[in-house]
Design a protein around this ligand. Structure first.
Ligand SMILES: [Zn+2]
Ligand SMILES: [Zn+2]
Length: 400
């Protein structure tokens, strides 16, 4: 049964490219993926799957019942685009001004549509079920994953796999990591409220700009002095704004920043320390501190056993030298929520190609990917799903 998947993928590949380019030309922002979801749902119905639309928003869930009973594996793709102007000049560039598939989710969706139809053709030979999760709104908090889970997307599912095509890796390479792969990404907005006054009379005012500067420096000390050096964390203040005139002491100053971490305990500790350090620094100089903390996606933590299974499959399909253990990535992904509920693994499939010019990072206005990578992604998804079903089959339940 393993033989022939590559040929079948080759056969459907032109269709996958057509889907991907269509999505690329008509990208939809997070929470607005109606056209994309409809195309996906129509295709899945045509493949004979049980399709549920509007799952947790614009999400689509399709179930493939195999020819005999067995466990249930889920495969997930995301469908949304980003608020970025597409600066490419190719034929399939975005037709929607200011909206662009700059993260490759168009190719994720196209790949999983292909995977679904190929597996559906072989449904009789499958022992168990495959659940296809087409998720909306990965790029924007609160994201689509949590809402889809709340709406039953993982009901009856035993394990889950997902792929992110990744241009920093060369095409054909699979990047994996047991345990934390992608970071938790939280944010904060902080307002220092002092007392305005004349620039020449600082003693009569409480200088919000000066105090905010202390806050920025002290926040950096949290990472440098209060976090285990063997654990990774980042606090970056990306925006600071206060005051209106060079000779007037500012009453207010606003800071905004991002906080990244992998360890859940460290994640909570960073929040506590940021609150305390900012509040105490402001208090020390007589100012008030107003903190809004935005909890983002948790870290993507891969199950060791499922990661090994995926790695083994990838080695078999693509060759040993094509499977790399990659370092943790400071970007976030709401695939994290599925992995909080079920064992599974999220992997990267290289989609970069310097010679063809596919070298821009994700979220860049010139981002594009090597579509050939969709083949490797499809093969890894199909073979991993079947490997999971095979390894976890229950001979007592199985009819064949
Ligand atoms: Zn992205
Ligand atoms: Zn993405």
């Amino acid at each position: 049964m393993q033989q022939g998947w590559r040929e079948r993928i080759e056969a459907i590949f032109p269709q996958m490219v057509r889907w991907r380019r269509d999505f690329h030309q008509y990208p939809e922002l997070s929470f607005q993926e109606e056209r994309t979801a409809k195309i996906v749902a129509d295709w899945l119905k045509q493949c004979g799957l049980q399709v549920r639309t509007g799952v947790g928003g614009n999400g689509v869930v399709a179930v493939l019942e195999g020819g005999s009973t067995g466990p249930t594996i889920a495969l997930r793709a995301d469908m949304d685009a980003l608020p970025i102007y597409d600066e490419k000049s190719c034929a399939y560039r975005s037709q929607v001004p200011g909206v662009m598939h700059a993260c490759g989710h168009d190719a994720h969706t196209a790949t999983l549509m292909g995977v679904a139809s190929l597996l559906a053709e072989k449904r009789k030979e499958i022992a168990g079920r495959v659940v296809f999760i087409f998720q909306h709104a990965e790029e924007q908090i609160p994201g689509g994953a949590a809402a889809m889970i709340a709406d039953g997307a993982l009901d009856g599912v035993d394990a889950i796999y997902g792929v992110h095509l990744w241009t920093p890796l060369p095409r054909g390479v699979v990047g994996l990591r047991e345990g934390p792969l992608m970071a938790a990404a939280d944010s904060f907005k902080l307002e220092v409220v002092g007392k305005g006054g004349h620039g020449g009379l600082p003693h009569e005012a409480v200088d919000a700009v000066a105090i905010a500067s202390h806050v920025v420096v002290n926040l950096q000390t949290i990472i440098g002095r209060q976090v285990d050096p063997l654990k990774s964390g980042v606090i970056s203040v990306g925006r600071i704004e206060g005051g209106r005139a060079f000779n007037v002491i500012a009453e207010r100053c606003e800071l905004e920043g991002t906080v990244r971490s992998f360890d859940p305990q460290l994640r909570n500790r960073l929040y506590e320390r940021i609150e305390e350090v900012a509040t105490q620094t402001c208090r020390m100089f007589g100012a008030d501190c107003r903190l809004e903390y935005g909890w983002g996606y948790p870290a993507v933590v891969n199950d060791p056993m499922e990661t090994q299974r995926l790695a083994q499959v990838a080695r078999m399909v693509l060759g040993d030298e094509q499977v790399w253990e990659v370092p943790e990535i400071m970007a976030a992904e709401d695939f994290a929520y599925y992995l909080q509920k079920k064992p599974g693994a999220f992997c990267l499939v290289g989609a970069g190609n310097q010679e063809k010019g596919f070298s821009h990072p994700h979220h860049h206005p010139l981002f594009d990917l090597d579509e050939e990578a969709m083949k490797a992604s499809a093969e890894v998804l199909i073979e991993s799903a079947l490997a999971y079903l095979h390894a976890n089959r229950n001979p007592l339940l199985s009819k064949s």
